[in-house]
Write a protein that binds this ligand. Structure first.
Ligand code: PEP
Ligand code: MG
Length: 807
C-alpha cells in the first residue's frame, strides 16, 4: 500500500518471506531476455514487497561517469531515460561513487541531497539506495523511497544490497549484449573498451585509478589551461552491428517505438533551444527538419505499418528512413536534397534509442576534458559544448577548422596527440596545457598544484590585457597596425569587442552552413550578415563568400567523393559551379553592405579568369539590386584571398583589378609546402615561417604596395607571436586573428620598432631554414623586452623554448 514503510524482518514476518523476495528477483533475472522489461519487473517487485512508495533503478552509462534513470515504479515515468546524475552527484551519485549503500530517514537534510524535479520526487521523505557492483565498478544504483519518514534497519539495507547484487550481472550482460552483435571478436573489443572505461571484467584493469602522471604531447592548438575529468567522445558504435530482440507482442513493439519517438522529440527540442541560445536564433533552425519529420503523420504512419509488417521496430525504422532518404536523393534542388542528412540523423537517433544507446552527447558534466579522435566543426553544435573545459584529439592539425572553432570559442585544445585514445581512461583527471600542447593524465598532487597556479596566472593575465584593450596597436616608432578578428559564429561576436579588435578582418560564412548542415537560404544569410555588420559598426567587417570543401565539406554536396578534396572542388570553384547559390549569397552580402562598413572577400582565387568571373557575377548582382532599387554600398570593396601560390605569383595582375588582398596563410602554407593542414603526421612540416611562404607573402605585399591597395593577413599566422614581428616587418598593415589573441598581439606590436623588424624581415627572406627564421623572430621578441612582460613573458618564452626542442 503506498505510504507504508519498507520493513526489515519484524514480528510476524518470517525469514522465508525475505528469502522469497530474493528468490523472485533471482527468478526475474534468470528469465531475463530484455533489459527494460527485466528492470521494470524488478522495480515493481521490490517496491511491492518492501511496501515502498517508489523503487527505481539508475544505470551507469558505458563510461561510468554518469547514471541515468532506467526504470521506476513510483517516480514520474517520463523521467526514465531522461534524468541523470554524475558520479558523486546527489545521494544516488554518492552511492555510486562510494560503492556503499546509504539509508536516510530525512533525505532532504543530507548535504548531498539533490532534488530532481522531472521525477516528481518532492513528496518522498526517506531514501535507501544500494550500488550494483561488478568488482570495483558501480554499474547502477537501486533506490527505494517512502513518502512518510522511515528509519531503515540494517536488515533493510542488507536486503536491498543483496537485490542489487542479484541484478548486477544481468545489467552488465545487457550492456555488453546491447553493445555487440554477437561475435566473439566484437564482444572482445567492447569488453576491452569497457575495461578501459573502468568496468573490470575478468583480467582487465580495475577501476581504481592511481596517480599515473602520464605525459602526452601534441600540437598546441588553443591556449589556456584546464584541469578536469576525462570524457571520451568515441565515435558512436556502428548501429548496424548491434543485435536487437523485438518484443513478441506487436502492440508492445509499436509502443516501444512510439516511446522512442517521444523521447527523440524531447531531445531535439532541448538541442534546438541550446543551439539557439548558443549560436543565435538562426541556428535553432538546424533542428527544424528533424522535428517536422517526427511530427509528420505520414512518417509516423509508415513506421506503424512497418512495425506491423516486420514485427521489429529497428527494422521498421531502417526501412522507412531508407525510403525517405531515397525520396530526398531524387530531389534536384541541392538545398532540399541536403535535408536528406537530417533524415539520416533522425533515423540514427531513433535506432540509437531503440538499441539502448541513448543520446550521450547531451550529458556532459561541467568542466570535462573532451577526448576525441579528431575535432570536428560539428562538435561545437553539441548541446553541452559550453560545459567543456578543454578538447584533446588524437588526430588533426592545429589549423583544421575544428581547431579554429576551439580557439575562437577560447576552449583550450591540443591536437595530434599520438596514442591518446589508447592511453586515456574515462573519468580520470587530465591537465591540458593548450599553449604548450601537453596533457597529463592522472597527475599527482604536485603537478596538479603547479597547474592550478598556472591556470590562475593565465586567467589573471587575460583579464589584465583585456582591461587595456583601448590602447592603440602602434609600434614604438609610430606605425599603426589594425588588429581585427576572425569570426564565423554569432557566438564569437561579443569577443570582438571584449578583446578590443577593430572590427572583423575575416567573417567565415561557411561556418553557418556547416552548423546548418546545408546552405542557409538568402534571407537567413542576409539577416546574419546584417546583424554582424551592425554589431561591429563603425568598424568594418570583411565577409568572405562560401569557402566550402576540403575539411569544411558538407556531406551530400559531393565533396566526400573526391580523392583530393583540398585540391578539388572547393571554395570559389564550388561557388562558381553553383551560380544561383552564389548570386543569392552576393545579394545577401550586398544588402548587408548598405551601412557602408562591409567588404567582400573571395577565397581560393587561383587565376585571374576565376577572379574576373566572380567579379562579373558581383557586377551583375549589383545591377540587379540597383534596378530593383534595393540599397547597397556601391563602393563595396572586393578583395582577393592570397592563399594559393599561383595567386601570390600573379599578385600584381590581381592587384590591378581588385580592391584589397587578404593573405590566408593557412592554405598558403598548405599549398606552398604541400603539407595537409589537418594531418598530424606531417604537422611538423607545416610552418608558415618557412622562407618559401615568407617569400610569397613578401611578393604579394610588394605587388599590393606598387598598385596601392591594402593588404592584410587573416590566417592563423596573424595570431602567432613569433610571426608578428616578421609580418609587421614585411609591411602588413592589418592582422586578423583569433579574437582572444588580439590583446597579446597588441602587446607585441607596441613593443616593436617598425624599422628594426623591417630589417629582420629582410634577413628572414634570405634565411635558409625555418629555424633561422625563428631565431631572428625570437631574438626580436627578446630585445623588445617581451620575454620579461609581466603578463605574456612566460608564455612567449615557452613558445620559443618549445620550438628549440629537438623533434
Ligand atoms: C587561410 O587559409 O589562411 C584562411 C584564413 O582561410 P581558412 O582557414 O578558412 O581556410
Ligand atoms: Mg583558406
Amino acid at each position: 500500500m503506498p505510504g507504508r514503510s519498507p520493513r526489515g524482518p519484524r514480528e510476524g514476518e518470517t525469514i522465508s518471506e525475505r528469502v522469497t523476495l530474493l528468490a523472485d528477483v533471482a527468478g526475474i533475472v534468470s528469465r531475463s531476455h530484455d533489459l527494460r522489461e527485466t528492470l521494470d519487473n524488478v522495480v515493481e517487485l521490490v517496491a511491492r514487497r518492501l511496501e515502498a512508495d517508489a523503487c527505481s533503478l539508475y544505470l551507469a552509462e558505458p563510461d561510468l561517469g554518469r547514471l541515468t534513470l532506467r526504470a521506476t515504479k513510483g517516480l514520474a515515468p517520463e523521467a526514465v531515460g531522461r534524468v541523470g546524475l554524475a558520479l558523486g552527484e546527489g545521494l544516488v551519485g554518492l552511492v555510486a561513487k562510494r560503492r556503499e549503500p546509504i539509508a536516510c530517514e530525512r533525505a532532504r537534510e543530507h548535504p548531498a541531497f539533490r532534488y530532481l524535479p522531472q521525477t516528481g520526487e518532492d513528496r518522498f521523505e526517506s531514501l535507501m539506495a544500494a550500488p550494483l557492483l561488478v568488482r570495483e565498478a558501480t554499474i547502477g544504483v537501486l533506490v527505494v523511497q517512502t513518502e512518510r519518514p522511515h528509519r531503515f534497519e540494517p536488515a533493510d539495507v542488507q536486503l536491498l544490497q543483496t537485490c542489487a547484487q542479484l541484478i548486477a550481472p544481468v545489467v552488465l550482460n545487457a550492456i555488453l549484449l546491447s553493445l555487440v552483435g554477437g561475435s566473439d571478436s566484437q564482444r572482445q573489443r567492447f569488453v576491452t573498451e569497457l575495461a578501459r572505461a573502468g568496468i573490470p571484467i575478468a583480467g582487465f584493469e580495475s577501476q581504481r585509478r592511481p596517480e599515473r602522471n602520464v605525459e602526452l604531447r601534441g600540437l598546441p592548438t588553443s591556449p589556456g589551461i584546464a584541469i578536469g575529468p576525462v570524457r571520451r567522445l568515441d565515435d558512436p558504435a556502428d548501429l548496424e552491428e548491434v543485435a536487437y530482440v523485438p518484443r513478441q507482442d506487436l502492440v508492445e513493439e509499436w509502443q516501444a517505438l512510439r516511446d522512442v519517438l517521444v523521447e527523440a522529440r524531447y531531445d531535439l527540442d532541448a538541442a534546438r533551444a541550446v543551439a539557439g541560445s548558443r549560436f543565435g536564433p538562426e541556428f535553432a533552425a538546424v533542428f527544424n527538419t528533424h522535428i517536422q519529420m517526427l511530427e509528420d503523420k505520414g512518417f509516423v504512419g509508415r513506421l506503424e505499418v512497418a512495425v506491423r509488417g516486420t514485427g521489429n521496430a529497428v527494422e521498421a525504422v531502417r526501412r522507412v528512413v531508407d525510403e525517405y532518404r531515397r525520396l530526398f536523393d531524387r530531389i534536384e534542388d541541392p538545398y532540399f536534397r541536403e535535408r536528406g542528412i537530417d533524415v539520416d540523423d533522425v533515423g540514427r537517433r531513433l535506432l540509437a534509442k531503440l538499441l539502448g544507446f541513448g543520446d550521450r552527447s547531451v550529458s556532459l558534466e561541467p568542466g570535462v576534458v573532451l577526448v576525441t579522435s579528431v575535432i570536428l566543426p560539428a562538435h561545437f553544435t553539441l548541446p553541452d559544448m559550453e560545459k567543456v573545459a578543454a578538447i584533446v584529439a588524437e588526430h588533426g592539425g592545429a589549423t583544421s577548422h575544428g581547431a579554429i572553432f576551439a580557439r575562437t570559442l577560447e576552449i583550450p585544445a591540443v591536437t595530434g596527440v599520438a596514442g591518446l585514445m589508447a592511453a586515456v581512461r574515462s573519468g580520470e583527471t587530465a591537465v591540458v596545457d593548450g599553449a604548450a600542447g601537453r596533457i597529463y593524465l592522472s597527475p599527482d598532487e604536485a603537478l596538479l598544484a603547479e597547474y592550478r597556479g598556472a591556470r590562475e596566472r593565465y586567467e589573471i593575465a587575460v583579464e589584465h590585457l583585456d582591461a587595456l584593450r583601448h590602447r592603440p596597436a602602434e609600434t614604438r616608432d609610430g606605425r599603426c597596425i589594425a588588429l581585427t578578428a576572425n569570426v564565423g559564429l554569432l557566438a564569437d561576436l561579443h569577443l570582438v569587442e571584449r578583446h578590443g579588435a577593430e572590427g572583423i578582418g575575416l567573417f567565415r560564412t561557411e561556418l553557418l552552413a556547416l552548423a546548418h548542415r546545408g546552405i542557409p537560404d538568402e534571407e537567413e544569410q542576409e539577416k546574419l550578415y546584417e546583424r554582424v555588420a551592425r554589431a561591429v559598426a563603425p568598424h568594418n567587417v570583411t565577409i568572405r563568400t562560401l569557402d566550402l570543401g576540403g575539411d569544411k565539406a558538407i556531406p551530400d554536396l559531393g565533396f566526400g567523393e573526391e580523392e583530393n578534396p583540398q585540391l578539388g572542388w572547393r571554395s570559389i570553384r564550388f561557388s562558381l559551379a553553383h551560380e544561383d547559390g552564389f548570386r543569392a549569397q552576393l545579394r545577401a552580402i550586398l544588402r548587408a553592405s548598405a551601412g557602408g562598413n562591409v567588404s567582400l572577400l573571395l577565397p581560393m582565387i587561383s587565376s585571374l579568369g576565376e577572379y574576373r568571373r566572380a567579379r562579373q557575377l558581383i557586377a551583375e548582382t549589383q545591377e540587379e539590386l540597383a534596378r530593383r532599387e534595393v540599397p547597397f554600398d556601391r563602393q563595396l570593396p572586393v578583395g582577393v584571398m592570397i592563399e594559393v601560390p599561383s595567386a601570390a605569383l600573379i599578385a600584381e595582375t590581381l592587384a590591378r583589378e581588385c580592391d584589397f588582398f587578404s593573405i590566408g596563410t593557412n592554405d598558403l602554407t598548405q599549398y606552398t609546402l604541400a603539407v595537409d593542414r589537418g594531418n598530424e603526421r606531417v604537422a611538423h612540416l607545416f610552418d608558415p615561417l618557412h622562407p618559401a611562404v615568407l617569400l610569397l607573402i613578401d611578393r604579394s605585399v610588394r605587388a599590393a604596395n606598387r598598385i596601392g591597395i591594402p593588404v592584410s593577413v587573416c590566417g592563423e599566422m596573424a595570431s602567432n607571436p613569433l610571426a608578428v614581428p616578421l609580418l609587421v616587418g614585411l609591411g602588413i598593415a592589418e592582422l586578423s586573428g583569433t579574437p582572444a589573441a588580439v590583446p597579446v598581439i597588441k602587446e607585441i606590436v607596441r613593443a616593436l620598432d617598425a624599422s628594426l623588424v623591417a630589417e629582420d624581415a629582410r634577413r628572414a627572406l634570405a634565411a635558409g631554414t625555418v629555424q633561422e627564421v625563428r631565431a631572428i623572430a625570437a631574438e626580436r621578441l627578446r630585445q623588445a623586452g617581451l620575454f620579461d612582460h609581466p603578463d605574456i613573458g612566460g608564455w612567449l618564452r615557452s613558445i620559443v623554448e618549445r620550438y628549440a626542442e629537438p623533434g
